[in-house]
Design a protein around this ligand. Structure first.
Ligand SMILES: [Zn+2]
Length: 269
């Protein structure tokens, strides 16, 4: 037991000694490196945006919806609500990009590494140079200068176990062109056919299996139109106001119908 304690103590002592020596080198560089000094001054004059992340994820517990809905469909739908944020972030990244160009130009004019205000004394110059380079590397800003929005869709069982996924990256120009198409509206409808179809697919996909069963339960496993129920009746979920007419997948707008009533009702109110 005592031997172990002594061994651990010895290891700790060595680590502390190494750290102390390393710190001596670091302290010298931080105090005396002309390059680092200039870099710090330069960094103080630049502020880059770093709060940039608009990735979109969603999990479908219904394989048909997962297959039917593309990453782009999902993004189109979401953009209805987040387009202002997205445009803001694109703008921030473009500002970053412009600033970064200037920043790099200024970095190029900074003094070479290896110039110190005072003599290194007992410290090894070789070691100083390696450490200085490392510290300089660490201090140089690497702002986000490219906008990438990643959409990831997952497919899970009704209990939430994920067994499949797909993912796609969108760049600023992709997103801006989708937003431009989303902006073409007549009342609550989108005049771009492809956009409208994408939104309808995602809206339909909002009825998860979990939601489906809770609506059956709410309606007591009966057709809301003809009252049919029982083992031989095929129950389906119906949008009271159809999606194609602007209806949403909300509890208020969903009802249980038997297959026959659903076919008969079709896309009518
Ligand atoms: Zn019925």
């Amino acid at each position: 037991m005592l031997a172990i304690v002594i061994a651990i103590g010895a290891v700790l002592a060595v680590i502390l000694l190494l750290q102390a020596r390393q710190r001596k080198y670091a302290d010298f560089i931080l105090k005396n490196s002309l390059c680092l000094k200039q870099l710090t001054e330069l960094n103080n004059r630049y502020t880059f945006y770093s709060d940039i992340n608009l990735n979109q994820n969603h999990t479908y517990d219904n394989e048909n919806f997962f297959n039917d809905i593309s990453c782009q469909d999902f993004l189109i739908y979401q953009l209805q609500f987040i387009k202002k944020d997205v445009v803001d972030q694109i703008e921030k990244i473009r500002i970053n990009e412009r600033l970064y160009d200037k920043y790099l130009e200024e970095i190029a004019t900074i003094k070479q590494s290896g110039q110190f205000q005072t003599n290194a004394g007992k410290l090894k110059v070789e070691k100083l140079l390696i450490l200085e380079k490392k510290l300089i590397e660490e201090q140089i800003y690497h702002p986000i200068i490219q906008f990438i929005l990643t959409v990831t869709l997952y497919c899970s069982t009704i209990n939430g176990q994920i067994y499949n996924s797909k993912s796609k990256d969108f760049f600023d120009n992709d997103v801006l062109s989708l937003i431009a198409r989303l902006n073409k509206k007549r009342g609550t409808y989108f005049t771009d056919r492809e956009i409208w179809n994408a939104i309808c697919r995602v809206e339909r996909g909002k009825v998860s299996n979990k939601m489906r069963f809770s609506i059956y339960a709410r309606d007591r496993y009966r057709c809301c139109r003809c009252g049919a129920s029982g083992r031989f009746v095929q129950l389906e979920i119906d949008h009271i106001i159809p999606i194609a007419k602007g209806g949403k997948s909300t509890y208020d707008n969903l009802q249980t119908l038997c297959h026959n009533c659903n076919v008969e009702k079709g896309d009518k109110y």
